[in-house]
Design a protein around this ligand. Sequence first.
Ligand code: NDP
Length: 254
Amino acid sequence: MAERLDDTVALVTGASSGIGEATALELAGHGAKVALVARRGERLDDLAARISGTGGEALVIEADVTHEAAARDAVEQTVRQLGRLDTVVANAGMMLLGPIEGAPVDEWQRMVDVNILGLLYTSHAALPHLLTAASSGPRNVADLVLLSSVAGRVARNGSGVYNLTKHGVGAFGESLRQEVTRRHVRVSLVEPGAVATELAGHNRPEIQEGLRSRFSNMERMEAEDIADAIGYIVTRPRRVAVNELLIRPTEQEQ
Ligand code: NDP
């Protein structure tokens, strides 16, 4: 049975679009105050207005989580202004695909920076606050949800460095889970298949064309489907930890 998140505070990175935006709305709907973190401030302002329009409370934090100080400031600002931190969804990410041979290595740099370092910096800064939340009500449990991917489970030709980053998220998450689970910080890994968001749009045109034809015969998931799954994870009773959730479109084979 789902528990309410009233009197708790959540922080979502990559809240300006796609899964992060839908997740922020979902968590606000469960009663959490939500800190919205991303680089595109106007998008966050718009989302914050939608959340307050439905009676919720949101804090806009324009930040690039690939900078350690910025990720730390985002966490500290949340605790300063909203009072505590119970739930973190480390969602900000990029997917730049293509063969390894001849790849523009700046694409690798951008993915490693956000998918790995951004997630590490956010988790590291948040952890002391999550441990405090888990030991000092209102739910006596805290959640760190890490966005991996099917690409974190299965490697594909043409996806090597994205695979590397998402497999890394899985390994980090499992190690951290073992470290903190006895102190009631739950670390959960979410591994979506294809979701209709802006993610593919950052690729080179020929890569985007390949993705379009790969998914042309398939009904992809919506961001709200993943937000719903994250809502499920963080509203479980204290005794239940959903460690890992692999969630594909019904029509996606691999
Ligand atoms: P979107 O492109 O819609 O969202 C990505 C978000 O990350 C944006 O809000 C963007 O905001 C933010 N972001 C990117 N770089 C930074 C940065 N340096 N600092 C702060 N925020 C940043 O894609 P999705 O919603 O699809 O992706 C969300 C997560 O889900 C990613 O980790 C992705 O790998 C994962 N995922 C997605 C799947 C899909 O099919 N869509 C499948 C499996 C996993 P801004 O540009 O404003 O900074």
